[in-house]
Ligand binder design. Structure first.
Ligand SMILES: Nc1ncnc2c1ncn2[C@@H]1O[C@H](COP(=O)(O)OP(=O)(O)OP(=O)(O)O)[C@@H](O)[C@H]1O
Length: 611
């Protein structure tokens, strides 16, 4: 991609202006109208003492069942209390009760749902079981017990209602987290060394909060209805003016004095209706807005959660199938290597049992060396590098005698140490540039964050470093790129951004997994050229995964040929090309050459046609 192409792509993309969910909500009639009404209701509740014309409990016997008039605008109740004042104070009680319910449900439901979705395992199973069990408990009976035991303590009752609302939040938070935790941009954040906590707060919460807000609008309505229902049943403090208690009184006198039932029912109905409309408007806007980037096959699969333990040195694979002999060889000592993998096995749990997909691979990359792992689809290239990067999906388990990164054996490190080391020592350029960027954050933010967290740079330094890296990878307007969201840049630009991010921490090893596969042919050559330049400039080791011998011939010093989870051959590129020892290697080379000839033929035909 030329500089002009980059500019054109940028300008085209930049036209798609992004506006926040809140702003779009405010522009939608289903947003601003109910919001205005709801805010008005809140103000009435907050300023009840100023707005209410009388004390809500003041009894004026002359006003008993009085019709609306100048003294009592909405009339008097059965004991002569001013209905309007009670309604205004009742707003306060109702909102306060709903707030207690929502906060209780949010505080328990969302963190537990996110943790269950993110970490999975035993916590997920136990939390899901508790959530299901909670739903099967008859809430009203528990509420009656709590009311009797606490002498109708209003706050405790509303908190108990909140506990019964927890499963709604738990399920939403868990499913949203499950949906994003396997996204490549989460993997990319892990590889860049961000801790689980940071990833959750920065990336996962962004996906969780929109449905949680919708749920909150609906829960508020349900909580108010429940509260009115409780008070209608006579549960709660009868001295506290509330819409439910007013409805109970109105219900008793419905035939003789229907107005008493009308006012609190109208207030409750209106409040629940505006909350429901806000909820459904938000749901509509969120659906339009969230372009779910789904993981494609071949990109980093799953999160690393649960994989760290499996890589501890000395553990056995525990495969159902007999172990195949180890394959491959290391050319350098552990201390001399940027990366050295010894006897790596990867096992996946499948419905039919465990399957070993990488069978004891040994390989290494020296500092400053460019090594290609090449092989047909399914040969185990990605599983090998994902094991190094700690990115295997939760179904996968890697075991190795050792994985040396920059002279340290990461299989002996704690997961935290391992992440920190990987974030510092290894840069990762993935296959799918677009899905490896979080659509919720600007590119600048995504470059600056790992530099601050993993490399400890101050914000200004990190910004300057990110800017310089964007310039270095050929993006001529780094400030605009930093302000852009991923959807505002082209695939080629996104890959340059990821390369900038991968090298910004000055890693000693850059791992590139099919870095050009998702790009169009003209951009492929430029990205390869860029990788080669950067590797030489920074003196990094480069491990490039590809199925294309053309790429190997282009930039690699040495090649490792894989087939069916084994290393079948390794050697310097020139000698391997000149005299491959294995028939399989010969076929791969021939297939790559055929492909190249085919493409040249296509190019020629294209030229003739257009000429
Ligand atoms: N989650 C999984 N569960 C079970 N088997 C898997 C899983 N992921 C990968 N495999 C298997 O592991 C083997 C190696 O896959 P891997 O992705 O490493 O191949 P690859 O050489 O990188 O191929 P490609 O070039 O298509 O990405 C394949 O047989 C694949 O089916």
């Amino acid at each position: 991609m030329t500089t002009t192409d980059i500019r054109v792509a940028f300008d085209r993309a930049a036209q798609k202006r992004r506006s926040s969910l809140f702003r779009r909500f405010l522009r939608h009639p289903g947003g601003y109208i109910p919001l205005a009404i709801f805010l008005l209701i809140v103000l009435v509740g907050v300023f009840a003492p100023l707005l209410a014309p009388m004390d809500p409990n003041f009894v004026d016997l002359a006003a008993a069942k009085a019709p609306p008039g100048p003294e009592h605008l909405l009339g008097g109740d059965s004991t002569g209390r001013d209905i309007l004042s009670r309604l205004i104070y009742g707003t306060r009680t109702t909102l306060w009760g709903a707030l207690i319910t929502i906060v209780t449900a949010l505080v328990i439901g969302v963190p537990s749902g996110v943790a269950a979705g993110y970490f999975g395992g035993a916590f997920d199973r136990i939390a899901t079981w508790i959530s299901d069990a909670l739903q099967s408990i008859p809430g009203m009976i528990i509420l009656l017990v709590v009311a009797a035991g606490s002498r109708n303590n209003f706050e405790l009752l509303m908190a108990t209602v909140g506990v019964f609302m927890v499963p709604g939040y738990f399920r939403i938070a868990r499913s949203q987290t499950l949906a994003v935790r396997g996204e490549p941009y989460i993997d990319a954040a892990r590889v860049s060394g961000l801790s689980d906590g940071r990833i959750i707060f920065r990336h996962v919460i962004k996906a969780v909060y929109p449905p949680v807000i919708i749920q909150t609008a609906l829960t508020a309505g349900i909580a108010m209805g429940m509260q009115a229902g409780l008070q209608f049943l006579g549960i709660g403090d009868s001295n506290v003016p509330s819409w439910g208690a007013m409805m109970l009184e109105g219900f008793r006198l419905m035939l003789t004095y229907p107005l008493m039932l009308l006012w609190p029912s109208a207030a409750l109905g209106l409040t629940i209706a505006v909350l429901a409309i806000m909820g459904s408007t938000l749901a509509e806007l969120v659906q339009v807005r969230t372009p779910r980037v789904s993981r494609q096959s071949g990109t980093a699969a799953g999160t690393a959660a649960g994989t760290g333990a499996g890589t501890a040195a000395g553990t056995t694979a525990g495969t159902a199938t007999p172990l195949a002999p180890a394959t491959g060889s290391a050319q350098h000592t552990a201390e001399e290597s940027a990366l050295r993998v010894e006897n790596l096995r990867v096992v996946h749990a499948t419905p039919t049992g465990e399957t070993e997909v990488v069978h004891g691979v040994t390989l290494d990359v020296a500092p400053g060396e460019v090594v290609g792992i090449v092989g047909e689809s399914g040969s185990g290239k990605s599983q090998t590098v994902f094991s190094v990067l700690d990115l295997l999906p939760s179904s996968g388990r890697a075991t190795a005698d050792a994985i040396w990164v920059g002279g340290a054996d990461v299989t002996r490190a704690t997961p935290k140490q391992r992440h920190a080391l990987l974030g510092r020592e290894i840069g990762y350029v993935p296959q799918e540039p677009m899905s490896n960027l979080d659509p919720s954050y600007t590119i600048g933010h995504q470059l600056i964050e790992p530099l601050r967290r993993t490399h400890g740079l101050r914000k200004a330094e990190a910004r300057e470093r990110a800017r310089a890296m964007l310039l270095r990878v050929g993006l001529t307007d780094p400030d605009r790129v930093m302000r852009s969201y991923p959807h505002q840049v082209s695939g080629g630009m996104a890959q340059r951004v990821l390369i900038a991010g991968a090298i910004a921490g000055k890693p000693s090893l850059l791992v590139a997994d099919e870095p050009t596969t998702a790009l169009d042919v003209t951009v492929q050559a430029e990205v390869l050229e860029l990788l080669r330049e950067l590797q030489a400039e920074y003196g990094m080791a480069l491990l490039i995964v590809t199925h294309n011998f053309g790429v190997v011939a282009d930039i690699c010093d040495r090649v490792i040929v894989m087939r069916g989870g084994d290393v079948v051959e390794t050697g310097p590129v020139d000698s391997l090309f000149a005299s491959p020892a294995e028939e399989y290697t010969r076929e791969l080379i021939a297939a790559s050459l055929d492909d190249a000839e085919g493409r040249a033929e296509l190019d020629r035909t294209g030229t003739e046609v257009t000429a």
